[in-house]
Design a binder for this molecule. Structure first.
Ligand code: MG
Length: 299
């Protein structure tokens, strides 16, 4: 089977991240999967947004003014309060604006509920794999209990009838362990980012993100396979040839993130990984279809 293309937070190269417009864009482009980030409001509603607090580079108040600083926290707002904010653009002049110069503004786009995103996916004629990332930090105070959070997300997946086509996806593997207890049938995708030199990461001996898994016990794919993982989702730079061979042997899916450059996309397509998570689904799909010549030059 060919490598599935997952739109990372939708298609932020073209539309605002984690918005209904962005997910609809990625679906229309032809992705097999979507990756989305989930947090919870104060009144217990799972919503789709990345940062634990509203981000000043992508958020405006109802009167159109950019936030001066980050905040408030998603978990401090009711759904109604959250929906007063506009997350349909990027503040000009920021690094994030430079990263996505072709992103089209979607005026008055709100943070969507998970339910609304699932309804969009369900209404789509193709079957779509969903990487539902639960944003939860080990030891953080201002967030729901893991059980409460996972239970609320599972209720939405069940309600939408999308359990069989979804993965629960998390850096905090305690979330995956809770999901394994409540819904063992739901596929679990273990996110990881190796800590190296000055790079902050989640993957190192004794890391609080690993829910007690001993990652020194053996090669990571083997450790995750023994833990019941359906998928391992590492940063692409953490993957070795030995990892890939083991994933193949163990039938552990390898879902690499976030792959945006043409040469990198080609590399991972050639490697035949199970899935490639990208901010630029148009480019990844075109490369996979061979619509862009091998020697094409990208500026
Ligand atoms: Mg994510």
């Amino acid at each position: 089977m060919h490598t599935r293309i997952f739109g990372h937070r939708g298609a932020p190269c073209a539309r605002p991240e984690n918005t209904l417009a962005g997910f609809a864009y990625a679906l229309d482009a032809g992705v097999e999967g979507l990756e989305l980030d989930v947090l919870m409001t104060r009144d217990g509603v799972p919503v789709v947004t990345h940062n634990p607090t509203l981000w000043k580079d992508t958020t405006r108040t109802a009167d159109g003014a950019w936030l001066q600083t980050d905040g408030p926290a998603i978990f401090d707002l009711t759904l109604q309060e959250l929906r007063a904010y506009d997350v349909g653009g990027i503040r000009p002049g920021t690094d994030y604006a430079l990263k996505f110069p072709d992103q089209v503004t979607v005026p008055k786009a709100q943070v969507p509920t998970l339910r609304a995103v699932l309804e969009l996916v369900k209404a789509h004629p193709r079957q779509i794999d969903l990487l539902v990332e639960l944003k939860h930090m080990p030891g953080a105070e201002n967030q729901p209990e893991a059980e409460v959070f996972v239970t609320a997300v599972l209720a939405e997946l069940r309600r939408a009838g999308l359990m069989a086509t979804s993965y629960i996806h998390a850096f905090n593997w305690a979330i995956l362990h809770v999901a394994r207890q409540i819904a063992p049938e739901l596929r679990r995708s273990y996110l990881s980012f190796e800590r190296r030199d000055t790079r902050k990461g989640t993957l190192y001996s004794g890391s609080p993100w690993l829910a007690g898994l001993d990652v020194d016990r053996g090669p990571l794919p083997q450790v995750l396979h023994q833990d019941g993982a359906a998928a391992w989702s590492p940063h692409w730079s953490d993957v070795t040839a030995q990892h890939q061979a083991l994933c193949d042997d163990l039938d552990l899916e390898l879902l690499v993130w976030t792959v945006n450059e043409a040469d990198q996309i080609r590399h991972w397509l050639d490697q035949g990984v199970s899935g490639l998570i990208t901010d630029d689904p148009d480019l990844a799909l075109a490369l996979r279809q061979g619509e862009i010549a091998k020697d094409a030059v990208f500026s």
